[in-house]
Write a protein that binds this ligand. Structure first.
Ligand code: SF4
Length: 416
């Protein structure tokens, strides 16, 4: 791993028609920190918002010259809780994106929203600013489960928020759900999913609960206040979910994502296809002109670093991206593994011919023994020029992914 802050700004110098680019904009503020959440998100930081938005607008301006040859096909506001952003601040950010980048007219503009605070006025304002897709953190339609997760909303609030979003003109809604909860049951999960299906979202993301280290939930489990989630129950719920959503007309297109025809998340497809994206804001990650890098996590340090980058440019006419905390230029073996692992997350799997065109080697040459092993175990299958996870492989995908990772470099010899 090499650090990137001293490196010159990576620049897209590709020839020919404009390559596609996704933009990710991180809003790290939340009204309360949920017990299971290990995202780069913070409560009680409202005082930083007046400095954060100008910093984000400045970062957009800092990066834009490097991406002149790209066309932005998706913009994604993630968090944190981007729906807490005032309409004034959101207008400043969306205006900067449109003025600085070449944004496709049909680009997908997604914003992550918390049902708790959504009002009709705010929804209409965001829609008027061009947000055309909302991703709402619903998680459960049972009050006690929402309480377990420290979510602030109620099931009734979810229905109100979705109804208000429809009235404000949103025709593309994703709802996030969590199954495999602590003390969950198949009946309770089925009831949540049926209630959510009645809201007719275009897209559903369903994730099994993971107890992430250093979260409040983790400490409650560690201290014996709560049992661990049951992985067998989660697997059974996942299998039922696949059947139920197929019968309801949703395409299962990624391990944890389902969409009505034509409603797949364009932005997340960029990640899964190992295509370029620029992340801006505290802790945001990027994959741009062959480099992977990430900004500093802490919002106050991010603001200071952006201000320092701007001042340096003003004084010297050029400068470094001081907000970048670290990065690397992955070697070819890592790029091939990333492409294979991310591609296998998609139900369509990896296009073998496209892989060979991209890297000059076949999947077989790169991953032969691992592929043969998992074909024999029935975790992957090969058909019509593609390699993809089987039904069983969807439940055990990590076993496949680990096997595709490149071997770590040998330790350098020591003098003993
Ligand atoms: S609202 Fe979302 S980002 Fe914020 S603490 Fe809860 S789960 Fe994390």
């Amino acid at each position: 791993m090499t650090t990137a802050p001293e490196a010159a700004t990576p620049t897209d110098t590709s020839e020919g028609s404009a390559p596609g680019l996704g933009l990710y904009l991180h809003i790290p503020f939340c009204s309360a920190k949920c017990g299971y959440c290990d995202f780069n998100s913070y409560e009680h930081l409202d005082h930083l918002v007046p400095d954060y938005t100008p910093a984000l607008v400045n970062e957009i301006a800092l990066w834009a010259p490097a991406a002149q040859r790209s066309q932005v096909t998706s913009v994604f506001f993630g968090g944190g809780t981007p729906s807490l952003t005032s309409l004034e601040d959101l207008e400043a950010i969306t205006t900067a994106v449109r003025e600085r980048f070449n944004v496709a007219p049909e680009a997908e503009w997604t914003l992550e929203a918390n049902p708790t605070e959504l009002t009709a006025e705010h929804l209409a304002g965001m829609r008027a600013l061009g947000i055309n897709r909302l991703s709402m953190g619903v998680q459960s339609m049972h009050a006690d489960e929402l309480e377990l997760l420290d979510r602030q909303h109620t099931p009734e609030r979810v229905v109100e928020a979705v109804t208000a979003a429809r009235a404000a003109g949103y025709e593309n809604l994703n709802l996030d759900l969590i199954f495999g909860l602590i003390n969950h049951s198949e009946a309770r999960w089925r009831d949540t999913l049926e209630q959510v299906l009645a809201l007719e979202p275009e897209h559903l993301s369903c994730y099994a609960l993971t107890v992430e280290p250093e979260t409040a939930l983790y400490y409650r489990v560690q201290k014996g206040m709560l049992p661990e989630p049951d992985p067998d129950l989660a697997a059974a719920q996942y299998e039922w979910t696949r059947e139920r959503l197929a019968s309801a007309g949703y395409e299962h297109y990624e391990i944890s994502n389902w969409a009505k025809p034509g409603r797949r998340c364009e932005h997340n497809l960029i990640y899964w296809r190992a295509e370029p994206y620029l992340g801006m804001g505290a802790g945001a990650h990027s994959f741009f002109v062959g480099q992977r890098f990430a900004n500093v996590d802490a919002p106050n340090r991010y603001v200071d670093a952006i201000n320092a980058s701007v001042e340096q440019r003003a004084a010297e006419g050029r400068g470094t991206m001081q907000q970048i905390a670290g990065g690397e230029t992955p070697d070819e073996a890592t790029n091939r593994a990333d492409t294979a692992i991310l591609g296998l997350r998609l139900l369509e799997g990896i296009d073998e011919a496209a892989f060979e065109t991209r890297y000059g080697v076949t999947l077989e040459q790169e991953f032969g023994p691992a592929l043969q092993r998992h074909l024999a175990l029935g975790l992957i299958e090969r058909a019509a020029g593609r390699v993809r996870l089987t039904d069983r492989g969807l439940l055990l995908s990590n076993e496949v992914f680990i096997d595709l990772l490149p071997d770590p470099p040998d330790d350098p010899p020591t003098d003993g």
